[in-house]
Every structure is written in structure tokens, then in C-alpha cells.
Design a protein. Structure first.
Length: 285
């Protein structure tokens, strides 16, 4: 802003003339360079702290006055985790198990894989007797669930597979669950399976049960590739063309088309009537 005295005494441009305007401009230039007062700005918002209060309602969180420091674990927490922790050592019972697939059970936090077998995946499909596909993996899981249900299984540990995961031989009364899966066609024996499992899979294949019900489809002979032969037809309007004679089957067929009745090799096996004493089919070049 300009001083009030300077503004009040400022003469009009008409009375100053050009020289006066130049001098007045030179006098006012220093005042024009003075920055105008800045309006009051809104105070900056304080950035939130990196600590988020997750205390439930009714619980007062402690006040934090400094940065958080990670403290190294001490005592039992500092010891490495034992992979055998929580795993049964030998015999154990499984009750009310959840069936995850055709060879895996879940009891609480423990995963039990049926030993000596390789079950079907839940999404696996198999070929049906009618030639289509059917969800044999889902059917295997449902069958195992029907066998287990809410019964108590007596299991015996075979090997530890990881944290809270074990392979075991489980029985429901006198029934070996793994052997039952193989006999029903829902599993195949593993490499280390006993001989009884291998006999069971042979019986399942012979009985065509479970996943083996359409195994005979793969045993069929592959179809023979036959190259089609188009017959030689007379041109339209060619009245002088001789008719084509279809040859019968058998090496003793006559050249005139007459021969023993029976099967025919191919409806396109024909004899050229113009050939003299030449037997055999005539085809396109």
C-alpha cells in the first residue's frame, strides 16, 4: 500500500505532462516492489501417528511417547520351533474327521494323510462307460466321508510330513481305510505299499469299480485309418459308357462280377469292363 500523504498529494496526469509522468513513475517504482501482506493461512494439520489404536471398546490404550522398538524374543520364545510339536508319537485316535480329498483327513489342527495310497484329487475326472467324463474325485471324497462319518478311527503314525501333518494307517474297526479305498477303486497303491494293496488294485481293475469302470476303453484296438476311394462315374450324357461292376470278396471272385455270395470288401472296389482278363479293383490314378 502507498502512504496516505503520497496518495493525497498525487497530481492528476493531465497537469504533470509527459516529463512529470516519467518522474512520478520513477518515484513510485520502489513502492510497487514492496510485497503485499500475505493473508493468514490455515494452520497445517498434524500428520497422524504411525501407531493405530486397535483396542476394543472399554479398553484404554497406553500413551506412547516415543518410537516403537522391536524386542528380541527371550526364553522359550527364542527357541526354534520343534517340527514334532503337536504330532502324535505312535498310536492316536481321530474322531469326527473332515475329509479333504480321497486320501486326506483333517482332525482339529492335524492333517492326516492315509498311508500307502495315492487318492484322487477332488477335481479329477474319469471316463464313464458311456464315453463321457464324470467327477470321480468328488465321488471318492464322498465315499470316504461316508465311511468315516462321526466314527472314531484308530490310527498309527507312519511318518511326519510337516508342521501339523502326518501320514498314518487308520482303521475303522477291522477295516483298513487305505486298503478299502484301493479295493473300491478310489485310490492306487503308493510305491512303498504292502503287497496286499497291490493285489487289491488288481482286483478293483478286474471288477471295473471306481475309477477303473471304463478302463476297457483304453484297451480297445485303435481305429484303422482307411483312405476313402471315390468311384469312377460316367460323365453326364455319355450313353456309351459301360456300367461299373462291383467285385465280391475273396480271391476266387470272377472277373465278370459273378462269384460266391458273401461279404463285400468295399463298395468302391470295381472292375474296369474294358480290361481284358484283368482282375482287380480299378481306382482313380
Amino acid at each position: 500500500m502507498f502512504p496516505s500523504a503520497l496518495v493525497a498529494r498525487r497530481p492528476s496526469p493531465a497537469r504533470l505532462g509527459v516529463p512529470g509522468l516519467v518522474r512520478a513513475t520513477l518515484v513510485l517504482l520502489p513502492w510497487l516492489a514492496v510485497p503485499l501482506p500475505v493473508q493468514a493461512q490455515t494452520p497445517a494439520v498434524t500428520a497422524p501417528s504411525g501407531i493405530r489404536n486397535v483396542s476394543p471398546p472399554g479398553v484404554v490404550a497406553p500413551s506412547v511417547t516415543g518410537p516403537l522398538i522391536r524386542v528380541a524374543p527371550a526364553g522359550k520364545l527364542a527357541e526354534p520351533k520343534d517340527p514334532e510339536a503337536g504330532l502324535p508319537k505312535d498310536a492316536f485316535d481321530v474322531k469326527g474327521a473332515v475329509v479333504l480329498d480321497g486320501g486326506t483327513l483333517k482332525a482339529g489342527r492335524l492333517i492326516v494323510r492315509i498311508a500307502h495310497v495315492e487318492g484322487l484329487a477332488p477335481t479329477q475326472t474319469c471316463t464313464s462307460r458311456l464315453g463321457g467324463d464324470w467327477p470321480c474325485g468328488a465321488r471318492a471324497r464322498a465315499s470316504l466321508q461316508g465311511l468315516v462319518r462321526a466314527y472314531t478311527l484308530a490310527c498309527r503314525r507312519v511318518a511326519a510330513l510337516g508342521e501339523r501333518e502326518i501320514s498314518a494307517v487308520c482303521t475303522k474297526g477291522p477295516t483298513d481305510v487305505g486298503l478299502w479305498l484301493v479295493r473300491q477303486g478310489w485310490a492306487t497303491p503308493a510305491a512303498e505299499a504292502p503287497e496286499a494293496y497291490r493285489q487289491a488294485v488288481d482286483e478293483a481293475r478286474e471288477a471295473k469299480v471306481g475309477q477303473w469302470q471304463a478302463e476297457w476303453v483304453a484297451e480297445l484296438a485303435p481305429p484303422m485309418l482307411v483312405t476313402p476311394v471315390e468311384p469312377v462315374l460316367a460323365a453326364p450324357g455319355d450313353a456309351g459308357a459301360a456300367p461299373l461292376v462291383v467285385l465280391p470278396a475273396g480271391p476266387s471272385a470272377a472277373t465278370d462280377g459273378t462269384g460266391p455270395s458273401g461279404q463285400w470288401l468295399n463298395p468302391f472296389d470295381v472292375q474296369d469292363p474294358d480290361s481284358a482278363g484283368t482282375a482287380g479293383p480299378a481306382g482313380p490314378d
